[in-house]
Ligand binder design. Sequence first.
Ligand code: SF4
Length: 316
Amino acid sequence: MKAFTYERAPSVEAAVKAAASNPDAKFIAGGTNLLDLMKLEIEHPTHLIDVNGLGLDKIDPTPDGGLRIGALVRNTALAADERVRRDYGLLSRALVAGASGQLRNKATTAGNLLQRTRCPYFYDPNQPCNKRQPGSGCSAIGGFTRQHAVVGTSDACIATHPSDMAIAMRALDAVVETVKSDGTTRAIPIADFHRLPGETPHIETVLEAGEFITTVVLPPPVGGRHIYRKVRDRASYAFALVSVAAVIHPDGTGSIALGGVAHKPWRIENADRELKNGAKAAAAVLMADARPTAQNRFKVDLVERTLGAVIAEARG
Ligand code: SF4
């Protein structure tokens, strides 16, 4: 691990100010992904700003009946929150499906959104990887691609987004609230928060340098059946081959987002409208521009079958 300096930020203002004064600084909270990446020297911040003491670990109701989740709420606390379990069941289920209990106890809401791909080539410094080293090439293209993306890919990167929580938040239309280094704030719909790889797969979100996530807001509960179904190679400690986060109403309408298939949580609103016509119709919209490899072509069929299982479960 490369040497770095460390400070504990006493306030959000101080945290963003510290980040603004050092472009090589990173915020750290749970550190469940960042520390691994630092040990492998894939990430090498020269300075860490510890934000654990900022008090952003509360879940509060919003005036319109939604929930405002502090950036530092641990995944365990969020999954167990009575209001989340009652009104946003797919979020609770996605969190529990996302990692071991030990990891969930440390990992935070903001950190979960910002975790980086688990593409094995990204973690191997001996292999070219445009995400780790822009312009070096993509070892996955032409390599082992069973886990990789089938939609929204580019010639520069075919990695998937690893979070389960973010997939559920995408189906729920969450909004990410931030503070920039100049003190201004903004609210970013989660649909716009993560980026597709394009020519710059190393830029994964729309966050600016030093911009800090303070909260994630869930809109008021929408009712319906909440289902999170994750298909993976083994029952635990595995990332999704395909996951479906779904809210489905008794009349067959709803919202769906997919994990394991793209560089960001994958949702196409037109597919929501096809839900009433069944899994085949919705999957056809979601997978319309799929560019699978020979090794991950199965994901296109798996999306339809997993959606079918989710719809059947919703109908009881
Ligand atoms: Fe790197 Fe993306 Fe290619 Fe994986 S898929 S090797 S993360 S550029």
